[in-house]
Design a protein around this ligand. Structure first.
Ligand code: NAG
Ligand code: NAG
Ligand code: NAG
Ligand code: NAG
Ligand code: NAG
Length: 662
């Protein structure tokens, strides 16, 4: 007897250990729209017996609506109609059963009424027994557990590396959902109705993609490298920058593609481990630029995504913003700690956003940079800088359509700020006022190898060396595969002596203190009334993007990886070296003057300008963008084939309709 009993106990214990069944959520369709049912329950509510019998189910889950708003029964119809335009997740098909906090029957637990609420929809109205679960669509389990609803979208721009779902403990897990698509991921977005922005949570419900160099608790990262992804376990910590966004209520919907180790890569040849995302503008086959490539392609493609967090070391936000006609900011250097973020070079790395909406840009900056960002959005009157410098701008009498946009922009900007336009020749200014330590060198001589030396020396030390050691230990002394562009840069760095890094940093410092004293000094000027002007005495502009076809991604490039080592000095290097903020504003789009090699038609491509102010004056840039949008001299970009008019994305016809009108 005794031995049989022990045997039985053993069997029971063994079988509990062997069968650890867990739900990762469920993909369903409701009226042809793909939804994901979260495996986590938000609350459990009382369901009167048999009251949901008419509502269809999948594995017991039934679509229902929760209304906490104190509306009368007569106003439910208007409320739900409002919801369909506020939220792309809620659809009337969730309202065959409505749990209503203000139900006329609230004093009677089981009172159920059936009523015609929306045209063609008969709804069962039920009392709501739970005050904390937010309004919106849910799937309800037979136990009464309410599960959040995510609408699924096809990542047709190939912008993401991993869709994510938040877990109740504040971590993330991969979102386990798939809708039909050709070699693409499915991204899930939660209903906007669950979230109400407050002063404590100004980003509540804002949907954001995060570049796959930021580590998130519970998530494996790739840095654009497959060997890295498979070598390291999921991270246990979310870094300061992303945690600030989460604490403010932002909804992280996935990790997004970076060119490998955030080094510049040309589409397609350089993108070996992961395929380059697709730039939706023009013929749909332009290079999205890099390294925040997924960020740019997604914000230009998806109306359901509000924001992307990228990073800029030498142009990794400004490039994709320009190529896709979006707002994008490289902030002042050092506004937020970059713990749990893969470095290129700490002296140059910055976190910033790609975004379509200026008001959201300001809110997101305020959250990410905290007290180091001074928003000017509430200022009634801003004292604008009196000088507008231009670098590399076209002549005033240009006939070129894109060049005319730059000329028009600077005229309108100068008129708006009441300032004077001064074309700047940086080399001449340098020759006139350079510090004596600089000797007789030109800017190009001083800075030609500064950028590549700093990123190459720092990334090999901080990222490559520990990675190689870990990989070799795990794989019998083998090297991991590295894409050609980071490999070329790392190999170059290996040829330099150790002294090259301090030399390069000294050159950066020399230029920085000269530029931040002579060209864009912060807070230094006084006006005629001897009061300080707002933060920056001047604004500096250079063209960020002009309409020309990128190198064809469908042909063999026959170029060195990444287009070659990043030697030289140009306008786009000013902000990395000096730490001043540099934001891209979209100005419109123009023809390229040639037919597309893909479509055989002359396509229009984005025109964008880079705007710089003194270090620490980031708030000035966003306010300026807002004034520009309101004044009509800066474009408010939209998703689609054109950043100005929207319209179809080639290879994905009717995308605008699909996104909103189901
Ligand atoms: C629906 O939206 C309109 C416009 O925002 C608002 O005036 C109205 O009060 C809303 N109705 C309900 C029932 O929430
Ligand atoms: C996270 O924590 C677990 C358990 O303590 C550990 O096994 C794992 O190695 C940690 N991951 C990282 C990336 O540190
Ligand atoms: C500095 O450069 C100028 C112009 O190129 C040249 O005339 C001059 O001799 C140089 N001075 C020194 C000390 O090299
Ligand atoms: C920059 O440095 C590289 C490598 O030393 C060299 O090949 C190139 O000619 C230099 N360019 C200029 C403009 O000095
Ligand atoms: C200086 O102050 C006067 C009087 O307050 C004001 O009218 C004028 O606009 C100010 N000038 C500048 C440049 O701020």
């Amino acid at each position: 007897m005794a031995s049989t009993r022990l045997g039985l106990l053993f069997l029971v214990a063994a079988s509990t250990a062997l069968a650890q069944l867990a739900s990762t959520g469920l993909t369903v369709t409701l009226n042809d729209v793909y939804y994901f049912i979260s495996p986590y329950s938000s609350a459990t509510i009382h369901v009167p017996k048999a009251s949901l019998d008419r509502v269809p189910d999948v594995f017991g889950f039934k679509p229902v609506t929760v209304i906490q708003d104190p509306v009368s029964q007569a106003d439910i119809s208007a409320l739900l109609t409002n919801w369909t335009s506020l939220d792309d997740v809620y659809r009337p098909a969730f309202s065959e059963a409505i749990f209503h906090a203000n139900s006329d029957a609230q004093h009677h637990d089981d009172a159920v009424t059936v009523s015609q609420i929306l045209p063609g929809l008969t709804s069962t109205l039920l009392p709501l027994s739970h005050a904390d679960v937010p309004s919106g669509p849910y799937f309800i389990h037979p136990s009464g557990a309410l599960h959040r609803v995510y609408r699924l979208y096809d990542d047709f721009a190939a912008a993401f590396t991993e869709p994510l779902l938040p877990t109740p403990n504040g971590h993330f897990q991969p979102l386990s959902a798939k809708i039909p698509g050709s070699s693409t991921l499915s991204i899930g977005v939660p209903s906007r109705l669950y979230f109400t922005p407050t002063p404590q949570k100004p980003l509540a419900g804002v949907r954001i993609g995060v570049k796959d160099i930021y580590r998130l608790a519970g998530v494996k990262g790739s840095n654009g490298n497959r060997a890295w992804y498979h070598l390291y376990p999921a991270s246990n910590t979310t870094g300061t920058a992303v945690q600030r966004l989460i604490d403010a209520g932002a909804q992280i919907v996935g990790l997004q593609k970076t060119s490998q180790f955030a080094n510049g890569e040309l589409a397609t040849a350089d993108w070996v481990d992961y395929h380059a995302p697709f730039n939706p503008r023009g013929d749909g086959y332009q290079d999205p630029s890099s390294s925040s490539a997924g960020a740019g392609a997604s914000v230009a493609s998806y109306a359901w995504l509000d924001l992307a967090l990228g990073s800029d070391t030498g142009g990794s936000i400004r490039g994709p913003a320009g190529a896709q006609g979006l707002f994008g900011n490289r902030p002042s250097h050092g506004l937020v700690e970059l713990d749990e973020v893969m470095p290129l070079a700490p002296e140059l790395d910055t976190p910033g956003f790609l975004v379509r909406d200026v008001e959201l840009w300001d809110r997101a900056n305020s959250v990410l940079y905290g007290e180091k960002y001074s928003s000017l959005s509430q200022e009634k009157k801003v004292e604008w800088p009196g000088e507008v410098y231009t670098l590399g701008f076209p002549e005033d009498d240009t006939e070129d359509p894109a060049d005319k946009m730059f000329v028009q922009f600077v005229r309108q900007l100068a008129k708006f700020v009441g300032g004077e336009v001064k074309p700047l020749d940086l080399d001449k200014e340098w020759a006139k006022t350079k510090p004596s330590e600089a000797g007789n060198v030109t800017l190009t001589q001083l800075l030609n190898t500064t950028y590549i030396t700093i990123i190459g020396k720092q990334q090999t030390k901080l990222v490559r060396d520990p990675f190689y050691r870990d990989y070799e230990a795990a794989h019998l002394n083998r090297h991991p595969f590295i894409d050609p562009s980071p490999l070329l840069r790392w190999s170059y760095a290996d040829t330099l002596p150790a002294s090259a890094l301090p030399t390069a940093l000294a050159a950066k410092s020399l230029f920085q203190s000269w530029f931040n004293t002579h060209i864009l000094p912060a807070n230094a000027n006084t006006n005629s009334n001897n009061t300080k002007t707002t933060c920056t005495p001047s604004i500096l502009l250079y063209p960020a993007s002009t309409p020309s076809y990128s190198l064809p991604r469908n042909l063999n490039l026959n170029l060195p990886p990444g287009g070659g080592l990043p030697f030289g000095f140009s306008e786009s290097r000013i902000s990395p070296f000096t730490g001043v903020p540099d934001s891209v504003f979209p100005l419109g789009e123009a023809g390229t003057g040639a037919v597309s090699a893909v479509t055989g038609v002359e396509e229009k491509l984005p025109v964008a300008v880079s705007v710089l102010v003194a270090r620490g004056c980031d708030g000035v840039l966003v306010r300026l963008a807002r004034e520009g949008v309101e004044g009509g001299w800066v474009v408010r970009p939209v998703v689609g084939g054109s950043g100005v008019r929207g319209g179809e994305v080639l290879m994905r016809r009717g995308v605008a309709r699909m996104d909103w009108d189901m």
